[in-house]
Design a protein around this ligand. Structure first.
Ligand code: SF4
Length: 453
C-alpha cells in the first residue's frame, strides 16, 4: 500500500490549503453573490490585502474539462473561474508571473456536504499544472464559525470580522431594495443603475475607512439607496405575486449559473425575495452555539471542570457576537425600511420554530436543507404566493428539501417549483417558470379575495 499511495499529494491538503497570512498577497475571490463578493473584496482591501473578484462562468469549459462530471456544479464553476483567471494572468505577465503572489479564497463547510471537499479537489487540479502549484488556497470554515484568525494579524482579525459582517448585511439590503423596486420601475434599468452607483460608493467607503468600522456611513448609504429607489417606482403598477426563493446558496445567488432566474421571474410578472447571505452566517453561528452547548453538557456530566470553563467562555463570547450581529442586521434593515417596504429577514430561531411546529426536519441533521425547508414555510406564513427551490443538479440537501416541501406546500395550496441547474439549457424550463408564475398570480388573486385591501 505504501508503494502505491503518494502521501505527499495528501499532505498538500494541509500545507497548501489552510489559513495563511494574506498580507501583501493578491487574493482571488469567486464571484458568488455580486454585491456580497464585491463588498467582501473591499473589506480585504481595507486591511491591505489586494483582493479582486474574479470574472465568473467564462471558464466553465475548463472547470468541466478538469472534473469527472460527478462533482457539484458550483465546484466546476469555481474551478473554471480560478483556472481561467490564472491562465490569463500568466499570459498577461509572461515570465513575470509569480504564483506565490496569489492566494485563492475558497471557504468550506464541515458536515455531510461535499462543499468541504471543493478546496481539496481543486488543490489536486491546481497541482497538476506545474506553474500553478504554488498558488495557495485559503479558506474560512464553518467548523469555527468562519473565524478570521490566521488569515489576518491578530489585532486586525476581529475588526475585519465585524466589517465583513456589516458589509454582508449591506449586500443583502441592497439586493432587497433591488428586488422590491425593479419590477415596478418607471424607467427600465434605472434601479440597476442606482444600485451599481451605491455599490461603487460603498466599496470606496469600506476600502478607505473600513478599519474605523464606518457603520453609520454604510447604513446612511442604504437609507439613501432605499429613498432613491422608492422615487423610481411607478406607484400605479399593482403589486405582483411575491415569490420566495430557497435552495443551495451558490446557485441562488449566482445569476450566471441559475440563468438569470430572478430577472426571469420579474420579466414573467413576479416580485422576488431570495434567502439572504446573513441567514447562512447566522445558521453557522447557531450550529456552533448548539455544538458548544452539547459539549458543555458532556463536560458537566463527566465533571471535566477545566474544559467546562473553557467551553463556557467560548459559548458566551459567541453568544455575545451573535447578539451584536442581530443588532447590526436590524439597524441595516431599519435604515432602508424607513423609505421602502423591503422584506425583512427571518431569523434562524424562527425558521427552527417552523420546522418543529410542522415536525418536518431537524437542525440536528444539519445542512442547508434545514434552512430551505424552514425558510419556505416562513415565506408561506408571511403571505408569499409561490416558492422556488433552486439548486445544482444532484445536490443532496436540496433534493431532501424538495422531497419534504413538495407534499406540504401542495397541502397548503402554495405554488412550488424545483429548478435544478447543471449548465445545460433546457427548452422546457422557461415554460415551466411561466406556468409557475401564472399559478402564483392565481394564488395572489385568491389571497386578495380572502383579505381585500
Ligand atoms: S450543498 Fe449541494 S451543491 Fe453544495 S456541496 Fe452540498 S451537495 Fe454539493
Amino acid at each position: 500500500m505504501g508503494d502505491i499511495v503518494n502521501y505527499s499529494v495528501f499532505s498538500r491538503f494541509h500545507s497548501e490549503v489552510g489559513k495563511f497570512n494574506l498580507k501583501g498577497k493578491r487574493l482571488l475571490i469567486p464571484d458568488m453573490a455580486p454585491f456580497g463578493a464585491r463588498l467582501l473584496a473591499s473589506c480585504f482591501r481595507a486591511f491591505d490585502v489586494d483582493a479582486v473578484v474574479m470574472e465568473t462562468y467564462r471558464g466553465l469549459d475548463l472547470g468541466k474539462a478538469y472534473t469527472s462530471g460527478k462533482e457539484c456544479f458550483p465546484c466546476q464553476i469555481t474551478l473554471g473561474d480560478i483556472l481561467l483567471h490564472l491562465k490569463r494572468e500568466k499570459e498577461r505577465l509572461g515570465s513575470a508571473f509569480d504564483p506565490n503572489r496569489y492566494v485563492y479564497f475558497l471557504p468550506e463547510s464541515d458536515g455531510p456536504c461535499r462543499f468541504g471537499m471543493y478546496n481539496k479537489l481543486q488543490r489536486l487540479v491546481l497541482d497538476s499544472f506545474p506553474e500553478f502549484k504554488n498558488v495557495r488556497i485559503a479558506y474560512l470554515s464553518t467548523g469555527d464559525a468562519y473565524s478570521t484568525e490566521g488569515i489576518l494579524p491578530e489585532e486586525d482579525a476581529s475588526i475585519f470580522r465585524k466589517l465583513a459582517f456589516v458589509s454582508t448585511v449591506a449586500a443583502d439590503v441592497m439586493d432587497r431594495i433591488t428586488w422590491r423596486a425593479r419590477p415596478y420601475e418607471s424607467r427600465k434599468g434605472s434601479v440597476d443603475q442606482l444600485v451599481r452607483e451605491v455599490l461603487a460608493h460603498m466599496e470606496k467607503v469600506i476600502e478607505a475607512r473600513g478599519r474605523e468600522l464606518p457603520f453609520g456611513e454604510i447604513f446612511d448609504l442604504l437609507g439613501e439607496a432605499a429613498r432613491e429607489a422608492s422615487n423610481l417606482v411607478d406607484r400605479s403598477i399593482p403589486r405582483k405575486p411575491l415569490i420566495g426563493i430557497v435552495g443551495e446558496i451558490y446557485l441562488r445567488t449566482h445569476p450566471a449559473s441559475n440563468q438569470g432566474l430572478i430577472r426571469k421571474i420579474e420579466e414573467y410578472g413576479g416580485e422576488v425575495v431570495d434567502a439572504s447571505l446573513v441567514e447562512w452566517i447566522s445558521f453557522v453561528s447557531y450550529e456552533r452555539l448548539r455544538k458548544l452547548g452539547r459539549e458543555i453538557k458532556h463536560s458537566w456530566n463527566i465533571k471535566a471542570l477545566k474544559k467546562l470553563k473553557e467551553l463556557a467562555r467560548s459559548w458566551a463570547s459567541l453568544a455575545l457576537e451573535v447578539a451584536w450581529q442581530n443588532l447590526r442586521q436590524y439597524q441595516g434593515y431599519r435604515r432602508a425600511l424607513t423609505h421602502l417596504d423591503i422584506e425583512p429577514d427571518h431569523t434562524v430561531w424562527r425558521i427552527e420554530r417552523y420546522l418543529k411546529r410542522y415536525d418536518l426536519f431537524s437542525f440536528e441533521i444539519g445542512t442547508e436543507a434545514a434552512l430551505s425547508i424552514g425558510g419556505a414555510i416562513a415565506y408561506v406564513a408571511e403571505g408569499f404566493n409561490g416558492i422556488v427551490n433552486v439548486f445544482p443538479f444532484t445536490c443532496m440537501p436540496s433534493t431532501i428539501c424538495s422531497a419534504i416541501l413538495k407534499p406540504i406546500l401542495q397541502r397548503l395550496r402554495i405554488p412550488f417549483i424545483d429548478l435544478a441547474y447543471d449548465g445545460s439549457v433546457q427548452p422546457g424550463r422557461d415554460m415551466a417558470i411561466r406556468t409557475f408564475i401564472y399559478q402564483a398570480q392565481q394564488h395572489q388573486k385568491q389571497q386578495q379575495k380572502r383579505h381585500p385591501g
